[in-house]
Design a protein around this ligand. Sequence first.
Ligand code: SF4
Ligand code: SF4
Length: 213
Amino acid sequence: MPDTTLDEQTDKSAGPIIHLPTKVSRTSLIENGMLTLNEWGANHICKVCIANSGSCCRDCRHLLDGVGCQRRNTSCTAWLCGFHKFLLYEVGQLEEWNNFWHQVPGQDYREDFTPEYIVIDKALRRQKQTMEHLGEALAADLQEMERSHIAIGIIITLREKLDKNIDQLTTVENDPKKQIRLRRKIKVLTSGFERFHHLLKKYHEQQADVISP
Ligand code: SF4
Ligand code: SF4
């Protein structure tokens, strides 16, 4: 089980106050997106996914064997697979993520036509408290799941189901009954993520402590 302490509680949103709308570079959008995901430990999930033949970069002409992506772009940064969607959904950052990337023009498949500078109206605020171990715990749960199931590729099937259900959830904002049904389904699908849920509970408790006076 990974260490359960929160990452250093520095105010990551500190720094120059940004007045919106503001002009930002395409490169900074990509860097900020990657940083945000990795603060939650998304990279750990990728390692397990790739090791189990689930890489979303497979057959991409920009992928250099053993080195990685040679053409990072806004499209691939904005795009979330089912696992990463689930991670942001659980920490309450999915809606902000979607809203942020929605305003970035020029996204395409495995490339972008985003101008070098754009004006944004919404910022992607990185939360003051993050927990990289959440992604690490989810990765460990996924590895365990893959190891203990006879069916090969079970985690990839699960990734697609999560993707579908979380996407549906974002389209039923005005239908509480459907929302409840989908949230239940997501809960059932992820009931085997013991390490992850254990840490998530701690994360929410510690967050509540910080918020309460
Ligand atoms: S599908 Fe998701 S977890 Fe797998 S490599 Fe791609 S981004 Fe990472
Ligand atoms: S362009 Fe996108 S799909 Fe291709 S290697 Fe880079 S991140 Fe992966």
